[in-house]
Write a protein that binds this ligand. Structure first.
Ligand code: NAD
Ligand code: DAO
Ligand code: ZN
Length: 370
């Protein structure tokens, strides 16, 4: 079939709105009509060329929601008409990783997913006979996409696509980092570096679990108001306190150091600040941001010897088929706020404007509808 798509032709170039060809679902695969998709910083990271795994031409997008149109042979858990959220972190429930109880990093289709291909090692997308790569196993920047069954969360049918698509990445990553990865306890003093589409969800997660002080750090002064709206209690702008004084400022505001800190930018210098502002003896810093190819983190080992812990999280430690439907329920029950984070909704044809808004720091999340 033909489908409208925003094609990432090469690194550093705007997406091209075009028509590509899509083969139907093979064994264990599902054809989805994508109804809405968010634009995450990670799409921009890959489009910019900074992603070491980035492949072109490709159809990016990993924060979507849609409806099952067709199922391939062997698909048992989904049927035509089901509402779904694609998962860039699948959940096969069978691999060593899934059954370990220690990680959400299912490895069942990892190799081919990282190669921009479906599990059989081929692509369903093409343009005039030339292969087009999938992205993160999801490729939601196309009106129709093919996704492995194990990478789809079935969700309730009354949930609005243009809101719950954000649960496909940003919401789950931020809230999950608090609940699943850090396991923040009530009364904790915390710091969040970067108040964008991820960091603000960390803040709402911290408020949900009953954190005491929530210190937000961002260069953009306009992030203070929205941070406070979501539960931030104190704000630090590195341009105001001095970039070399950020650690000191956060230690002061968290009464001796953060019990938990979260880096939601992808900046290795900030990752160091986030670790070093942690409380001696027990403070834990969680890296969420994805740094560019070749970047490395550094600190003095004595920071760890004296009890600080450095860790990272992918998709907020969530097991998507299990956890995502539950987070959709939280949204529908009014337990989490997604609406105020979706600052822009654009028709699909204007998807590049969503990237412009991100670059300008004007949007938290832009959602594109088909
Ligand atoms: P975003 O662009 O919406 O937000 C980044 C924020 O950081 C902005 O508000 C910006 O002003 C601020 N910032 C930039 N440099 C800063 C600095 N030096 N000090 C303080 N603040 C600074 O991005 P996002 O969509 O929230 O994504 C954040 C990061 O998380 C990205 O690296 C993205 O790739 C990554 N990510 C990781 C996962 C995961 O599973 N680990 C999932 C999704 C996104
Ligand atoms: O190696 O098993 C693995 C999984 C690697 C990919 C995990 C995703 C990491 C987060 C990237 C940003 C997501 C939008
Ligand atoms: Zn698995």
């Amino acid at each position: 079939m033909d489908t409208r798509a925003a094609l990432a032709v090469e690194a550093g170039k705007p997406l091209e709105i075009t028509t590509v060809q899509l083969e139907g679902p093979k064994e264990g695969e599902v054809l989805i009509e994508v109804k809405a998709t968010g634009i995450c910083h990670t799409d921009e990271f890959t489009l910019s060329g900074a992603d070491p795994e980035g492949l072109f031409p490709a159809i990016l997008g990993h924060e979507g929601a849609g409806v099952v149109v067709d199922t391939g042979p062997g698909v048992t858990t989904l049927k035509k008409g089901d509402h779904v959220i694609p998962l860039y972190t699948p959940e096969c429930r069978q691999c060593e990783y899934c059954v370990s109880g220690k990680t959400n990093l299912c490895q069942a289709i990892r190799t081919t997913q990282g190669q921009g291909l479906m599990p059989d090692g081929t692509s369903r997308f093409s343009l005039n006979g030339e292969r087009v790569f999938h992205y993160m196993g999801t490729s939601t920047f196309a009106n129709f996409t093919v996704v492995p069954e194990i990478a789809l969360a079935k969700i309730r049918e009354d949930a609005p696509f243009e809101k719950v698509c954000y649960i496909g990445c940003g919401v789950t990553t931020g809230i999950g980092a608090v609940i699943n990865t850090a396991k923040v306890e009530p009364g904790a003093n915390c710091a969040v570096f970067g108040l964008g589409g991820i960091g603000l969800n960390v803040i709402q997660g911290l408020r949900m679990v009953g954190a005491d002080r929530i210190v937000g750090v961002d260069l953009n002064p306009e992030r203070e108001a929205i941070g406070r709206h979501f539960g931030m209690t104190h704000f630090v702008n590195p341009n105001e306190v001095g970039r070399d004084k950020v650690v000191e400022a956060v230690i002061d505001l968290t009464k001796g150091g953060a019990d938990y800190s979260f880096e939601c930018i992808g900046n290795v210098e900030v990752m160091r600040q986030a670790l070093e502002c942690c409380h001696k003896g027990w403070g834990e810093s969680v890296i969420i941001g994805v740094a560019g190819a070749g970047q490395e983190i550094a600190t003095r080992p004595f920071q760890l010897v004296t009890g600080r812990v450095w860790r990272g999280t992918a998709f907020g430690g969530a097991k998507g088929r299990t956890d995502v439907p539950r987070i959709v329920d939280w949204y529908m029950e009014g337990k989490i706020n997604i609406d105020d984070l979706i600052t822009h909704v654009l028709p699909f044809e204007q998807i590049n404007e969503g990237f412009d808004l991100m670059h300008a720091g004007e949007s938290i999340r832009t959602v594109v509808t088909y």
